[in-house]
Design a binder for this molecule. Structure first.
Ligand code: ATP
Ligand code: MG
Length: 775
């Protein structure tokens, strides 16, 4: 037996050795699903399967690259090169390019990112003179996206009275028309949005049996990682392609299904056995990633979910340290705690930055973390958020490049036609848009024919439009013979973009020029990478494809050692020795927007399961008692998820707050099927709450404040100790000086102390904010 197969355990080996037929591997986090897929591909090749016949679909392109690298190590680079691997979007974009003509699209079609789609929708809403407050562009786009992922075309929409009625009920009776206009506009621009890449693939495979047959024959072996997060559209593609040979292997974990909000359908995994005949089901139970403590704690969480497949996850790894729970007063203090802990762990254990990940529920939480890391000079990288390619100056440059490849691209054209300023005003652009809609042509084509169309433009304006057309065409000529780097540099200069940016000598302005430089560096890297791989020319179109389909994780190309910051959604499939899950607060995680039904809450719980199971050695759960949200300081309570973990797996770094009361949802509609007697005021973590009437008693366990020991990285702010304060304590206040606590009142975030200061007399201070030291 090959050595690489010997490295698998028996349960993992079985699905690798099973060459043909439909199979599903359902297993918990860290049990080697992705590893099995990788080894399976290598083994298929060793058994003589042509790499051209293998298609493997992954969650990110980065994951695909890593898999390919491992396979290369086993079977050799030249063989592995021919494997088809990548995300659904990148693989099918490639197929759509070669088959575009079937669908009436040019093969150089543009791929719109969500910003482009949003601009197009906004434009349509404006042209239709609809109220933006009713037809909120983001909502409209998300509704259209849902249609597409459920394969509801415009025609299907107008044939479905229920859908129309639903929109009418939500005061958007013209949704269908917007959908129609958006589809027309994309088509006219030779553009597909992200959802189109799947929708059009489905269209291609259903409308053209010969195309379907071609790809069925090509992809004799299909493998899908993270199958639990496929949506309906992806599901149908997989089904269609695997229908002939039925050599399909999917792996997934129903407990990690976290994309229902984007249309992922957990039933795809639950129903797999019904979809194919003779499905072999494999289960992996041994986790190799995490300590016993983490694995067992994670099991206790997921046990709380009702909808799940029964699964066992265990590990032979050491027990490891308990999960550390930390409370802070504010989100900034939470950031300081995280940064201080990383700093200390690095010092004490000689760890590198890449050993740490900070995971959060929403991107907005990264700021406090970033500030704190920066103060300690700890290098970090943020994944997600506003991507590099969406920064204004970078996107401007990219839009010119998009026009070079596809001048029909309207969103790109509208964005840069008058930037840098060339005297082409909004009225002119509006006239062009109307004419383009009228003639069912692109704006660029209207401009090319501007002498023949009467738009009541003066000759100066017409000349400016023609100059723009000529400029783009001259770039196209250059693009035919030069590599991407040459073209991008040329375009940045000739369009006046760089000169325009240079006018702004402020640090922000300089940073914008640096971003353009970084774009050029990116192009250079890309070309080099291309040459290394298969001697490709490094054409602009290839670079642009890469940019359009890059997932947030894909941009991680440099080897620099940095702490990783990302949302939990992005962290799926990854692993880190030390993981901080921050913002463990009610309304934030679980999110306030995902608590109205049991299934939403269960999805949040699965998300928490994903977060915790990213940790190999040590997990931290942190929460703040107050944080800025939507510009307002908001009080918060610890997440119910902390309490859901069996206490034996937790270690509290901060004293458990005795006064906070954890509010479960007592809305019977939400937990209709739950025993209401259990919905008492849940006990606070680690202790029972005082009854509301009961006065807050002084706590005899309170010791004098002593400096934090070196091993506790908490960052000093004295109001950490608000719960330790008792009447009689002598305290030092940053501004008021020395004083004595006379009385305490209120609970939790509202807790106040009446203090008699030596200078200044009696003052009542909200402990949440007071900067006090007990002396
Ligand atoms: P997730 O559900 O998070 O995607 P997974 O099931 O895909 O996890 P992998 O990422 O494949 O799990 O494996 C988790 C870790 O365990 C990896 O570091 C992998 O290399 C290691 N691992 C898996 N199987 C074995 C094994 N048989 N021997 C040693 N290490 C293993
Ligand atoms: Mg995996």
């Amino acid at each position: 037996m090959q050595k690489y197969i010997e490295q698998l355990n028996e349960a993992q080996r079985e699905p690798v050795l099973q060459k043909d037929g439909p199979m599903i591997i359902i297993a918990g986090a860290g049990s080697g699903k992705t590893r099995v897929l990788t080894i399976r591909i290598a083994y298929l090749m060793h058994q003589g399967v042509d790499p051209f016949n293998i298609l493997s679909l992954t969650f990110t392109n980065k994951a695909a690259r890593e898999m390919k690298k491992r396979i290369s190590d086993i079977v050799g680079t030249s063989e592995a090169k021919n494997l088809w691997m990548g995300t659904f979007h990148s693989v099918f974009a490639r197929i759509l390019r070669s088959e575009a003509e079937h669908l009436g699209y040019p093969s150089n079609f543009t791929i719109y990112d969500s910003q482009d789609s949003l601009r197009a929708i906004s434009g349509i809403i404006k042209e239709m003179q609809l109220d933006r407050d009713v037809y909120k562009p983001k909502q409209v786009l998300s509704r259209i996206s849902n249609f597409k992922n459920s394969l509801i075309t415009v025609k299907a929409y107008f044939n479905d009275p229920d859908l129309q009625e639903a929109d009418a009920m939500s005061k958007k009776p013209r949704m269908g028309e917007i959908y129609q206009n958006y589809v027309d506009r994309c088509f006219k621009s030779g553009a597909m949005d992200f959802d189109d890449l799947l929708l059009k693939t489905n269209e291609l495979l259903t409308r053209f049996p010969e195309v379907l047959a071609k790809y069925q024959n090509r992809f004799r072996y299909l493998l899908v990682d993270e199958y639990q997060d496929t949506n309906h559209s992806q599901y149908l593609i997989v089904r269609a392609l695997s229908d002939k040979f039925q050599n399909i292997c999917v792996v997934g974990d129903d407990a990690q299904s976290i994309y229902a909000f984007r249309g992922a359908n957990i039933n795809n995994i639950l129903n797999f056995q019904k979809d194919y005949e003779g499905v072999k089901t494999f289960r992996l139970e041994q986790n190799y990633r995490s300590t016993k403590n983490i694995v067992e704690a994670a099991n206790t969480i997921i046990d709380k979910n009702k909808v799940k497949l029964d699964k066992v996850v265990w590990t032979a790894n050491e027990f490891g340290p308990k999960i550390k729970v930390h409370r802070s007063i504010t989100d900034n203090e939470e950031g300081r705690f995280v940064a201080a802990t990383i700093w200390e762990q690095k010092m004490n254990h000689q760890l590198h930055n890449g050993a740490f990940a900070i995971l959060y529920r929403t991107n907005a939480q990264s700021k406090a973390m970033e500030d704190a890391l920066r103060k300690r000079d700890i290098p970090y990288r943020i994944y997600g958020g506003l991507s590099f390619y969406q920064r204004k100056e970078v996107k401007d440059a990219l839009c010119y490049l998009r026009l070079v490849i596809n001048p029909k691209d309207e969103e790109a054209l509208i964005r840069v036609i008058n930037y840098p300023a060339r005297g082409i005003g909004n009225t002119t652009i509006e006239k062009l848009t109307i004419a383009a809609n009228h003639y069912k042509r692109s704006i660029f084509e209207v401009m090319q024919n501007i002498e023949r169309i009467d738009l009541k433009l003066n000759s100066g304006t017409k000349q400016k439009l023609l100059d723009f057309v000529t400029m783009i065409q001259s770039f196209q000529v250059i693009n035919e013979n030069q590599d991407a780097f040459y073209v991008v540099e040329h375009v940045a200069k000739k369009t006046g973009l760089i000169q325009e940016l240079k006018k702004d000598a402020t640090p922000e302005g300089m940073a914008r020029i640096e971003n353009i430089e970084q774009l050029l560096n990116g192009v250079k890297d890309f070309i080099e990478g291309q040459r290394e791989v298969d001697g490709a020319r490094g054409a602009l179109s290839e670079f642009m494809e890469d940019v359009a389909l890059a997932t947030d994780l894909d941009k991680d190309t440099s080897d620099e050692d940095r702490v990783a910051l990302m949302t939990i959604h992005l962290a799926k499939g990854l692993e880190f020795p030390h993981v901080f899950v921050v913002g463990m607060e009610e309304d934030l995680f679980p999110s306030a927007m995902s608590m109205s039904t049991r299934s939403e809450l269960e999805e949040e719980r699965r998300l928490f399961y994903v977060a915790l199971t990213r940790a190999e050695h040590q997990a931290y759960l942190t929460y703040a008692q107050s944080r800025y949200r939507w510009g307002k300081l908001t009080d918060s309570e610890p997440s119910r998820f902390i309490e859901e973990i069996d206490g034996q797996y937790l270690e509290y770094l901060t004293p458990v707050e005795s006064n906070y009361r954890y509010k479960p949802m007592i809305d019977s509609d939400i937990f209709g099927d739950v025993d209401k007697s259990k919905l008492r005021l849940a006990k606070p973590i680690g202790g029972s709450p005082p009854t509301p009437e009961e006065p807050v008693k002084p706590d005899s366990s309170i010791r004098k404040l002593k400096p934090m020991t070196g091993s506790n990285p908490s960052t000093g702010s004295a109001n950490l100790f608000d719960n330790k304060l008792v009447a009689g304590n002598v305290v030092m206040h940053e501004r008021f000086g020395k004083g004595q606590v006379i009385n305490l009142e209120g609970v939790g975030a509202d807790k106040k102390a009446e203090i008699k200061f030596e200078v200044g007399g009696l003052k009542k201070l909200l402990l949440r904010f007071a900067k006090l030291d007990i002396i």
